[in-house]
Design a protein around this ligand. Structure first.
Ligand SMILES: NC(=O)c1ccc[n+]([C@@H]2O[C@H](COP(=O)([O-])OP(=O)(O)OC[C@H]3O[C@@H](n4cnc5c(N)ncnc54)[C@H](OP(=O)(O)O)[C@@H]3O)[C@@H](O)[C@H]2O)c1
Length: 250
């Protein structure tokens, strides 16, 4: 087991990619805090599944774009599961809208969760990791960090920001033994894009840019997340690992 007795916090662990990573970590022996904001039953279901694998788990509600809720979440995880060894900044939101129709509220929402949220949770966790001189952060980025996409201005900017946030955090936190890397998924079938993927023209257009020619599922990301979380990647920091069917080379 690569993560035996380690404590991980996975934001947005209730569903989809976060859920798959939380379960993958549990199978490697980690105890996992599953953050969510609105899907309480899904979060508790993930927790039950982790417990059935023999691990400890905790569902913890917090809107990651709100500092007070983030602080309370990190304190609760530390109190109930112990010091956090691994943080996966995964929670994310997306709304497709043309630039000319992009409303300030949607800009604030996407940047607030996808970028500010990563900074808030990242800072709350690494402030405490610093005292222990170790820790690993995985920021879930996206192929959208490097490619502009129709009706995705705010989302693309948030993910480009995550790429730079990862490098800046890695640079400053290395002195405390904290590694910070990004994992950039390609098109993955989840709740965030379920409706888009029902549109055959959209799917065809997206598949044409994926050399391996298929949409991923959340489980396709688990091995890479375990690699970045574990000592297998002990000398890697500030990198982005692309797991995207080859999208980033097209
Ligand atoms: N799917 C893809 O094709 C794809 C590709 C590249 C990158 N990504 C990135 O991968 C990550 C996960 O995406 P996904 O596809 O798994 O999305 P998803 O199916 O929509 O799940 C989103 C998760 O984020 C949580 N969340 C949303 N807003 C939150 C907030 N304010 N505070 C705390 N948690 C919040 C949700 O919690 P609730 O369950 O409580 O609502 C849920 O657990 C995101 O960062 C996304 O940008 C996805």
């Amino acid at each position: 087991m690569k993560l035996k007795k380690q404590v991980a916090l996975v934001t947005g662990g209730s569903r989809s990619i976060g859920r798959a990573i939380a379960l993958g970590f549990a199978r490697e022996g980690a105890n996992v805090a599953v953050n969510y904001v609105s899907h309480t039953e899904e979060a508790h279901s993930t927790v039950r599944e982790i417990e059935s694998l023999g691990g400890q788990a905790l569902a913890v509600r917090a809107d990651i774009s709100k500092r007070e809720e983030v602080e309370a979440m990190v304190i609760e995880v530390w109190d109930k599961l112990g010091p956090i060894d691994i943080l996966v900044n995964n929670a994310g939101v997306q709304k497709r809208v043309f630039f000319l129709d992009l409303e300030e509220a949607d800009w604030d929402w996407m940047l607030g969760v996808n970028l500010k949220g990563y900074y808030l949770v990242g800072q709350a966790v690494t402030t405490r990791m610093k005292a222990r001189s170790s820790g690993t952060i995985i920021n879930i980025s996206s192929e959208a960090a490097g490619f502009p996409s129709q009706r995705m201005t705010a989302y693309c900017i948030s993910k480009a920001g995550v790429a730079m946030l990862t490098k800046c955090m890695a640079l400053e936190l290395a002195q405390y033994g904290i590694r910070v890397n990004a994992l950039a998924p390609g098109l993955t079938r989840t709740d965030i894009n379920r409706k888009d993927l029902e549109d055959e023209d959209f799917l065809k257009m997206r598949l044409a840019r994926i050399p391996l020619g298929r949409v991923m599922n959340p489980e396709n990301l688990v091995g890479a997340a375990i690699f970045l979380a574990s000592s297998d990647s002990e000398m890697a920091t500030g990198i982005t690992l692309h797991v995207d069917g080859g999208r980033s080379i097209t």
